[in-house]
Ligand binder design. Structure first.
Ligand SMILES: C[S@@+](CC[C@H](N)C(=O)[O-])C[C@H]1O[C@@H](n2cnc3c(N)ncnc32)[C@H](O)[C@@H]1O
Length: 278
């Protein structure tokens, strides 16, 4: 079983079709007034919070965003004025959560826009349903996306895992996500536990690295294995770095890891963290 999976992964790497080299680049964004998606986490009463925000919304200047625990106003909301992004985001949304985290998705899309010009592959650790990966790929040309994109995930959950369970993790998910990328020869999905799964295939040079594992030890293990493979100018996004509470152990583990290498994570209001590789 293990041997078959090693051979299958090796064949994927050796015989992959090389995508065309030129990136498809969307035009600059316009920006539109408001985004309200009342999906949020860590409140005592979601409904009461939603109603309270609705009651103050008329007092706020346009450019109001309330979703994903982020209330702000007088912003350009550039993501909603970027037609290529909106098309990619909407085409891939599978859940209310996917819809609500539009700003996080646009951070990924803009990082990808930068990284597509660099030497090196794209990597997502914590591929889950593939929505994040595919939004980025579809934003930058879809089937013409010019990079290899590696997606790692256990695609299953059991009580020994430190991350919290997500809907749909379990038998059949890997197959479903593989089918989703059937027309994308650039995508290599590896099913297995991080970091051990890296032994079955791992790019030598990485331009874009998105780590989204919802747990500190596996994220730090990923940094141990992959950060040195990132090319200068490559972008790392840590999905949960700036979230407190349940997710705070990630920041607490990652800050000293980066400090030891003279890096500091840029905390983003979306809850993500961003690092540019030197
Ligand atoms: C929040 S989800 C990722 C969401 C996805 N990045 C997106 O943008 O839609 C976290 C994923 O990390 C995976 N995961 C957590 N720890 C892992 C580990 N040690 N090895 C492999 N996968 C892991 C889970 O199976 C889950 O699918």
């Amino acid at each position: 079983m293990l041997l078959a999976s090693v051979i299958r992964d090796a064949c994927r790497v050796l015989f992959r079709r090389r995508p065309p080299g030129r990136p498809v680049l969307p035009p600059a964004s316009g920006g539109v007034p408001n985004f309200f998606a009342p999906v949020f986490w860590f409140t005592a009463d979601n409904k009461a919070v939603e109603e309270a925000i609705e009651s103050i919304a008329p007092m706020l200047a346009p450019g109001c965003h309330f979703a994903d625990n982020l209330l702000t106003w007088a912003r350009n909301l550039s993501m909603l004025g970027d037609a290529a992004f909106v098309a990619a985001w909407k085409a891939n949304v599978e859940s209310e959560g996917d819809h609500a985290i539009v700003w996080r998705r646009y951070v990924l899309a803009c990082a990808a826009y930068h990284c597509v010009h660099l030497d090196g592959d794209f990597v997502e650790c914590g591929a889950y349903t593939g929505v994040g990966m595919k939004t980025v790929i579809d934003y930058l040309g879809g089937t013409a996306f010019p990079k290899a994109f590696w997606g790692y995930d256990a695609f299953e959950h059991d009580a020994t895992m430190l991350n919290h369970p997500m809907p749909g993790l379990g038998p059949g998910l890997y197959e479903r996500v593989s089918r989703k990328f059937g027309a994308y020869p650039q995508v290599r999905l590896l099913k297995g536990v991080i970091p051990q799964v890296f032994d079955r295939g791992c790019p030598e040079r990485i331009a874009y690295l998105h780590i989204d594992l919802n747990q500190a030890p596996a994220e730090v293990a990923t940094l141990d294995r992959l950060f040195d493979r990132m090319v200068p100018g490559g972008v790392l996004i840590l999905d949960d770095y700036e979230w407190s509470g349940y997710y705070r152990p990630q920041k607490l583990a990652e800050d000293p890891w980066f400090a030891a290498r003279n890096y500091r994570v840029m905390p983003l209001p979306t809850g993500q963290g961003l690092v540019i590789k030197r």
